[in-house]
Design a protein around this ligand. Structure first.
Ligand code: SF4
Length: 419
């Protein structure tokens, strides 16, 4: 197995004297390595043309089979364990409620985002299906087998939601449609609703409409970088990647009009060099538009162009997590909050007793994403430890309580007041 969890990439300790946030000046991606021509576009996999046989568990010591969507899809290790196609246990979690299906091609994603393990610059290093992504390997399975298992489980399925994750590839739009059609032929979207994690770079408004017509429930855009400058540095020309800030927002606005209020969202990564004020400004803008933010803590993915940089300090992350929850679910507005000269939250805009009860409830610190079947502010997207190691959890994939809340309060520098 090519299990790559760089547990040593910890945020700096609170006592280190370093700033309690990741400033823009410190978060410069390294340059992309050159990829020899004969290793580009999945050439190695295509040259061998090895036929896949059932499930493929990533292994850099064997030949990677030639797998393509829509016949094949990859899924997170947590989803594969929950589906029962690979053994394993997850720290303090029984399963994941979200089945994320990632499109797969030997050519891989043609973009080169600086923080991403799937980025194009890794072509020489490892085949697409063997690349670590959000801290884990992604096993591949025939789509038909995945659908058989979920359909066969009926209302006993552990999954509250399925999510099709697009990548930047010429086939991505058409194959997303094929995966969605194959899924909804066997599984009612009422039983397991479908989200689309889109790739705006290759999409038009008609593509968004088509997905809605075919039964997709929620449409999301992974903006990831919270400012135009940061976007350009990590996803645009700064790393020879094709994405544009304007196009991402254009498709988000299309989704807003087509999917409607509460049915669109945006992924944001905190700690790549934006200020807390900048990240929360996007959160507020999304709420004003009628959508939600899905928030992740920056973690230096091994093999990415940002793997030499520090993870987001927990102080910064907890402040933004808490403020985002208040804006998204408690009606607090950015304008009610106060920020210091470095853009850090210094006042959350509600009385301390109310803030204490939100912190103690713990939901603000859980994984965020599209809702599941428990309640609106608890995400189905609870894939564990995507943005931190389990030894220092950033987003809790379970309900934090007891010692978890003590730790969260320590991160926030807000000990419980004596009653
Ligand atoms: S488009 Fe998505 S999958 Fe592709 S490199 Fe960027 S973040 Fe990774």
């Amino acid at each position: 197995m090519a299990c790559i969890n760089p547990e040593n990439a910890a945020p700096r300790a609170a006592s280190s004297g370093a700033p309690d946030f990741n400033p823009y000046s410190a978060m410069q991606p390294r340059p992309s390595p050159a990829v020899p021509k004969d290793l580009r576009n999945g050439a190695r996999v295509k040259a061998h043309g090895l036929a896949p046989a059932g499930a493929y568990i990533p292994d850099i010591n064997v030949l990677t089979p030639h797998m393509r969507s829509p016949e094949y899809v990859q899924m997170s290790r947590a989803a594969a364990i929950t589906l029962g196609v690979m053994p394993g246990m997850m720290y303090r979690c029984g399963c994941t409620r979200c089945l994320n299906l990632l499109l797969t091609y030997p050519e891989g994603c043609r973009a080169n985002c600086a923080y991403c393990g799937l980025a194009r610059h890794r072509e020489a290093e490892r085949d697409y299906a063997d690349r670590n992504f959000i801290r884990v390997d992604w096993p591949a399975l025939p789509l038909a087998q995945v659908i058989d298992i979920v359909a066969g489980a009926g209302d006993k399925t552990p999954f509250h939601r399925m999510c099709i994750s697009m990548i930047t590839h010429p086939r991505s739009d058409a194959d997303t449609v094929s995966v969605l059609e194959a899924w909804t032929r066997r599984i009612s979207p009422d039983a397991v609703p479908v989200s689309i994690l889109s790739n705006p770079t290759t999409m038009t408004r008609d593509d968004v409409q088509r997905l809605k017509t075919l039964g997709a429930d929620i449409f999301t855009v992974a903006l990831d970088a919270c400012t135009p400058e940061l976007f350009e540095r990590t996803r645009g020309r700064g790393v020879q990647s094709p994405h544009s800030w304007k196009q991402y927002w254009r498709i988000l606005h299309d989704a807003r009009e087509i999917f409607g209020p509460g049915k669109f969202g945006m992924h944001l990564i905190v700690g790549m060099g934006e200020t807390e004020y900048e990240a929360l400004s996007v959160v507020q803008e999304l709420v004003d538009l009628g959508g939600h933010s899905h928030m992740f803590c920056f973690f230096p993915e091994k093999g990415s162009l940002m793997d030499h940089l520090p993870a987001t300090p927990r102080d910064q992350w907890r402040r933004v997590q808490l403020a985002r929850y208040l804006i998204d679910y408690r009606g607090v507005r950015l304008a009610h909050m106060r920020f210091d000269g470095d853009g850090r939250v210094v006042d959350f805009g509600i009385p301390r007793a109310e803030l204490d009860s939100v912190i103690d409830a713990g939901i603000a610190f859980r994984t965020s994403g599209c809702p599941g079947k428990f309640r609106d502010d608890v995400s189905a997207c609870d894939r564990p430890y995507g943005d931190s190691p389990p030894s220092n959890i950033a987003s809790y994939p379970f309900q934090p309580a007891g010692r978890d809340i003590v730790r969260i309060r320590r991160d926030l520098g807000m000990r419980r007041r004596a009653r």
